[in-house]
Design a protein around this ligand. Structure first.
Ligand SMILES: [Ca+2]
Ligand SMILES: [Ca+2]
Length: 237
């Protein structure tokens, strides 16, 4: 009886050794290369070429207070991006860098807001709805009243790109129906004293293409299926 147990232990030890050896073979096989290629392929499909565009912190599409005379905001023609995007496409928008909200404040403000529009028409700074053809999209943002005159600035179509503490610094967003332009600016109560000493304040816009054919999906998934089967076989042996 004792001899039988010893023989069984030796047999189990050998089986375990063999299984480990097969696993080692699997991990060292060309499958690893295929997996890496697959991951690289997925990463390539997840984002297209991007654009980084400087944003002047004195630019605004919000209403001005008094005779402030803020600069025009950044107005991006979506068809002129390095990868042109159109309504229904999903894009990634990120705030880069920071700005100073007055001559004495440090270069660390992070607020950035955006608004889609059918046209690039920007109306007078004395109006609350300055973007003539604004289109609703994204997470709503409530903008503060002006420092001069305590005038309301909030309008419904704009959205938050980056908040003040940096916990939100960008978003994926679908370009809404009819949108041809993206307005980008800071959110502030007084714009004329804003500046960017190191010139790093910018917006990054990336298109996020979907895999367009079933072949692309199969090509991405196949190595994982193959690897799973090989691994199950190695475990069963
Ligand atoms: Ca800066
Ligand atoms: Ca300011």
């Amino acid at each position: 009886m004792k001899t039988t147990r010893v023989v069984m232990k030796i047999a189990l030890a050998k089986q375990s050794e063999n299984t480990g050896h097969r696993r080692m073979n699997v991990s060292n096989s060309p499958i690893r290369i295929l997996l890496l290629c697959s991951l690289f392929f997925c990463c390539c499909c997840s984002q297209g070429d991007g654009d980084v565009i400087s944003v002047h912190p004195r630019g605004s599409f919000l209403r001005w207070g008094g005779s402030e005379n803020a600069l025009e905001p950044l107005i991006v023609d979506l068809s002129l991006l390095s990868t042109p995007v159109f309504d229904g496409d999903t894009i990634r928008i990120d705030r880069l860098g920071d700005w100073a909200s007055s001559q004495t404040n440090q270069d660390q403000s992070l607020f950035m807001i955006g608004c889609f529009s059918a046209s690039d028409v920007l109306l007078s700074g004395h109006l609350i709805n300055r973007i003539q053809d604004a289109i609703e999209a994204g997470p709503d943002v409530v903008t503060p009243n002006t420092a001069n005159g305590n005038l309301a600035t909030d309008f419904p179509e704009d959205f938050l790109i980056s908040n003040g503490d940096g916990s939100i610094s960008g978003l994926n967003i679908e370009v809404p129906t009819g949108a041809n332009y993206l307005f980008v600016a800071v959110s502030d109560i007084y714009f004329f004293d804003n500046h960017d000493p190191d010139g790093d304040f910018a917006v990054s816009i990336n298109s996020i293409p979907e895999p367009t054919t079933p072949i692309m999906v199969i090509a991405a998934v196949l190595p994982f299926v193959w690897f799973g089967r090989r691994r199950r076989r190695a475990t069963c042996r």
